[in-house]
Design a protein around this ligand. Structure first.
Ligand code: URA
Length: 186
């Protein structure tokens, strides 16, 4: 570890640790406040993210931005990254090997930011960052503390686009995130 941001971006840019490098248009390292108290982690870039090289810029990104805004958190305050930095073809779920190959980058980002709160967006991020056994419908909104870091799984915004009836639950989760940030900074 011990990278600077520039070294890290260069490493991600040139990464060929898994097959996703063959089909990507652009790498999507992540973006946001390098000193964020809150880091959000999604699954992997989709088509628009692959075009732009930025995370959560498509329809699910617009929903994520709106959900954050609705609880008084601006996107620029937080850091947003994904389990894998390159788009899986046809937006399939990243394989365990791909997630493992990319973990070094996520760890390096985490070490540079040192956020106090981690929000795992959906099953893939929850599985690879928190725990194999997380079930979003059962465990969303539940806090786990590890070495002083507070983690919470919640719904992936694209799942909310498919099933808007879960939006209220997700919004309650984001309110709890707001509350946790308040508690930690007081
Ligand atoms: N879905 C994700 O998990 N990440 C993105 O960056 C965009 C959509």
């Amino acid at each position: 570890m011990g990278h600077t941001w520039m070294e890290l971006f260069e490493r991600i840019e040139g990464c060929e640790a898994c097959g996703l490098c063959k089909t990507r248009k652009r790498v999507v390292p992540g973006e946001g406040n390098p000193r964020a108290q809150l880091m959000l982690i999604g699954e992997g870039p989709g088509a628009e993210e692959d075009d732009q090289g930025r995370p959560f810029v498509g329809a699910s990104g617009a929903l994520l931005t709106a959900m954050l805004h609705s609880v008084g958190i601006e996107r620029t305050e937080v850091y947003i990254a994904n389990v894998v930095k390159c788009r899986p073809p046809q937006n399939r779920t990243p394989t365990p090997d791909e997630a493992a190959a990319c973990k070094v980058h996520l760890r390096a980002q985490f070490s540079l930011i040192l956020p106090q709160v981690l929000v795992l967006l959906g099953a893939t991020a929850s599985k690879y960052v928190m725990d194999e056994d997380v079930r979003i419908r059962r465990d969303h909104g539940t806090w786990t503390e590890r070495k002083g870091i507070w983690m919470m799984p919640t719904f992936h915004p694209s799942a909310l686009l498919h099933d808007p009836s879960q939006k209220k639950l997700a919004w309650q989760d984001f309110q709890a995130v707001r509350q946790k940030l308040k508690e930690l900074s007081s």
